[in-house]
Design a protein around this ligand. Sequence first.
Ligand SMILES: [Zn+2]
Length: 64
Amino acid sequence: MAKMRPCVVCNKQLAPDATTCPNCDTKDPFHTKRNNNILAGVVGVAIIAYLAFEHFAGGLNFLG
Ligand SMILES: [Zn+2]
């Protein structure tokens, strides 16, 4: 018997590798995609902040 995991939306027992829930139709029954999006968002903000800082610092050097 395969180990089952509960859907985070409706608590239906699903296969651990399920990517959708047939009961409530969520596309993320274990909230794994949400975690990945948060991580990607943090990395994206850090990169944008770094590029903005580099641009700002470069402007100061040009003026100085
Ligand atoms: Zn569900």
